[in-house]
Write a protein that binds this ligand. Structure first.
Ligand code: COA
Length: 280
């Protein structure tokens, strides 16, 4: 089933549902899915709506046409806000940060970026803020900002520093050199790069694995990992202990209890061989 973009409040984003997966497509193919202010506003509405939509168990973010995204829209983001008031500019940056970073980073549903083509500059932020990423080997990545006189701004420099090692990140920040899907995999920017004709199949395969997990525990595990990255060991230990207890408390499936019982009492499963039987 396809909901009209207008139902979710925009023309820059397309949403399709398929067996628990919500495909969210940046939908400005003629502009290589460059990210305008309008696209940011649409993405906020779409992500907000999907977070409470039962048809969306996993969200896959990708681009319509030949690009994932050519980054920030040089005309409809930079030039448009250059001419506006300070408040308009502030609002444009806030909308962009809201979806590319804050919503995706702290999203209630698992997210996978499927990089189908060009991925430049500002597009690194949503790419990195998705939980997982799969790229086509043919995809072309680049921190192109240095080539046209700006720094990797927004939160691009911060985002790349969370996944890439400093030497590699600095190299691409300073040279603006392009690289392909396999290099993106080596750099840790994506989990895997696969041939273009396998991209969708492999991404769906991973989404299906996630859809089989206990959704509450999966959400808590994702959040816990993301938060401890910025904590000390002491803080992490305290937080994770509390988070584990909270997970047990809020989990309607009582996963911990079932898992322990199925392993220790009924001996019907072993975690190393598979997940506990959620329905039992
Ligand atoms: N901002 C605004 N418009 C963009 C854009 C961007 N980041 N990237 C592409 N477009 C527009 C082009 O202006 C062109 O519009 P037009 O048809 O009205 O002239 C259209 O998209 C197609 O782009 P084109 O350059 O003809 O496509 P291509 O397939 O030959 O090249 C790219 C694709 C992505 C390599 C090239 O468009 C490019 O270098 N884009 C800028 C990438 C970048 O530096 N992004 C960082 C921004 S933070």
């Amino acid at each position: 089933m396809t909901i009209e973009a207008s139902d979710l409040g925009g023309e820059n984003v397309k949403v399709e549902f398929e067996d628990g997966i919500a495909w969210v497509k940046l939908n400005r193919p003629d502009k290589r899915n460059a990210m305008s202010v309008g696209l940011a506003e649409d993405m906020i509405r779409v992500l907000d709506a999907l977070e409470i939509d039962d048809r969306a168990g996993v969200v896959i973010l990708t681009g319509e046409g030949e690009a994932f995204s050519a980054g920030m829209d040089l005309k409809d983001f930079f030039r448009a806000t250059d001419g506006g008031s300070d408040i308009q500019r502030m609002r444009a940056y806030r909308s962009t940060r809201a979806w590319q970073w804050r919503l995706l980073m702290h999203y209630a549903k698992p997210t996978i970026a499927m990089v189908n083509g060009w991925c430049f500059g500002g597009a690194f932020t949503p790419l990195i803020c998705c939980d997982l990423a799969i790229a086509s080997e043919d995809a072309v990545f680049g921190l192109s900002e240095i080539n046209w006189g700006v720094i990797p701004g927004g939160v691009v420099s911060k985002a790349i520093s969370t996944l890439m090692n400093d030497r590699k990140a600095m190299y691409y920040v300073m040279t603006g050199e392009k690289f392909g899907g396999k290099m993106a995999e080596q750099l840790g920017l994506v989990n895997e790069a696969v041939p273009a004709d396998k991209l969708r199949e492999r991404t769906v395969e991973i989404a299906r694995v996630l859809l089989e997990k206990n959704p509450t525990v999966l959400r808590q595990a994702r959040m816990a990992y993301k938060y401890v990255r910025e904590m000390t060991w002491e803080e992490s230990a305290e937080y994770l202990t509390a988070k584990a207890d909270q997970t047990t408390f809020v989990d309607p499936e009582k996963g911990r209890e079932k898992g322990l019982s199925q392993f220790l009492d009924t001996k019907t499963y072993r975690p190393g061989h598979g997940v506990y039987k959620r329905e039992e």
